[in-house]
Design a protein around this ligand. Structure first.
Ligand code: NAD
Ligand code: TYD
Length: 348
């Protein structure tokens, strides 16, 4: 029996991961989430009554709270999803990204280090099945941008371009430092762009579906030829589960499904699936520092750990569009109030 602290478990990816863990294992799951604009307990309705599941509303930066959680629940595993995650917001207000993504990560690491009584020698001796692990959910954006050629491997130097990606890169550096200096048994995963149900509609795919359905303009940044490597959120969660259980201590694993698409092609696909006109497309000012292309080389996780994606993009995107159309209540609730203020400011 394991006692897993999942942080950010009310967000898009974290909530899918909480559900996967509860479906697959008898572990105790403790979900620590601050419920910022991006956290939504509706995402967890199906499992909230499970006896091996506990939700705690709180901040990963809160030293006293995180210390209490380690002690009370005898935490042996941390999977850290909690983060400020939207690039455009990081351009508007970088500070909160540094606080949550960097200091929050350091607070989790420090508490894990103390509670697990780590020594530097642990680095060479620990195996997850008998012990403890800290898993940092990172992003391919820490590697910066690619030109037309090449892919990110785990040894590509970190070269982040936005306040968001630089805060995530800083967190990765700290995780690495806690491994090297204190023997923290850790893994870092770096995944490409996710899509699927329950994604907050500030991100490209749900924003375009929502606007398209409501006949609102579809704001495409710059020339729309930026490329992202899309992966279904469930495949990401299965990959994290694989790394958690099979990943060699101290290793970084890239996660991606070899599925590069230009933004404009995604937007056109959404328009044609919903049956609207391409006249809705509106080219708007480009994002400052906009990364041109991301592409993940997934050789390490596929060959060493045996993970591979189960969704094709065609199947996943069709199901995702249908999910948003069938769950308009979910969208309506979160696109009122504060979100509309943000939207009007961003896209005015
Ligand atoms: P999200 O914004 O949907 O969810 C983040 C969650 O963290 C929310 O529930 C929020 O309430 C919570 N949170 C924020 N600040 C907190 C704090 N101080 N203390 C506790 N909880 C806090 O993000 P997401 O898309 O689910 O991403 C989850 C993780 O995966 C992030 O670390 C992100 O960097 C990483 N990631 C995301 C993608 C993607 O495409 N979405 C791709 C690769 C990696
Ligand atoms: P996003 O979903 O914000 O993810 P990220 O920036 O982390 O990759 O954006 C995906 C791509 O879509 C990115 O190249 C920016 C672009 N984009 C638009 O063209 N218009 C929009 O309104 C948004 C939100 C994104």
């Amino acid at each position: 029996m394991k006692n897993i602290l999942i942080t950010g478990g009310a967000g898009f990816i974290g909530s899918q991961f909480v559900k996967l863990m509860l479906e697959k294992y008898d572990y105790n799951i403790i979900n620590l989430d601050l419920l910022t604009y991006a956290g939504n307990l509706e995402n967890l309705k199906d499992i909230e009554d499970k006896k091996n599941y506990t939700f705690i509303k709180g901040d990963i930066c809160d030293k006293v709270l995180v210390n209490e959680i380690f002690k009370k629940y005898e935490i042996d595993t941390v999977v850290n999803f909690a983060a400020e995650s939207h690039v455009d917001r990081s351009i508007e207000n970088p500070e909160i990204f540094l606080i949550t993504n960097i200091l929050g990560t350091q607070n989790l690491l420090e508490n894990a280090k103390k509670y697990w009584k780590l020594t530097p020698e642990d680095k060479y001796s620990r195996e997850y099945k008998d012990g403890v692990k800290y898993l940092q959910v990172s992003t391919d954006e820490v590697y910066g941008a690619l030109g037309e050629e090449g892919m990110f491997t785990e040894t590509t130097p970190l070269n982040p371009n936005s306040p968001y990606s630089s805060s995530k890169a800083s967190a990765d550096m700290l995780v690495r430092a806690y491994y090297e200096t204190f023997g923290m048994p850790m893994n870092i995963t770096r995944c490409s762009n996710n899509y699927g149900p329950y994604q907050f509609p500030e991100k490209l795919i749900p924003l375009m579906i929502n606007n398209c359905e409501n006949d609102k303009p579809l704001p495409v940044y710059g020339d729309g030829m930026q490329i992202r490597d899309w992966l279904h959120v469930k495949d990401h969660c299965i990959a994290i589960d694989t790394v958690l259980h099979k990943g060699a201590i101290g290793e970084v694993y890239n996660i991606g499904g070899n599925n590069e698409k230009a933004n404009i092609d995604i937007v056109k696909l959404i328009i044609s699936t919903i049956g609207k006109s391409e006249n809705l497309i509106k080219y708007v000012k480009d994002r400052p520092g906009h990364d041109r292309r991301y592409a993940i080389d997934n050789t390490k996780i596929t060959t060493q750990l045996g993970w591979s994606p189960s969704y094709t993009f065609e199947q996943g995107i069709a199901e995702t569009i249908q999910w948003y159309l069938n769950n308009k209540n979910w969208l309506e609730k979160i696109t009122s109030g504060d979100y509309m203020k943000y939207y009007e400011k961003m896209y005015k």
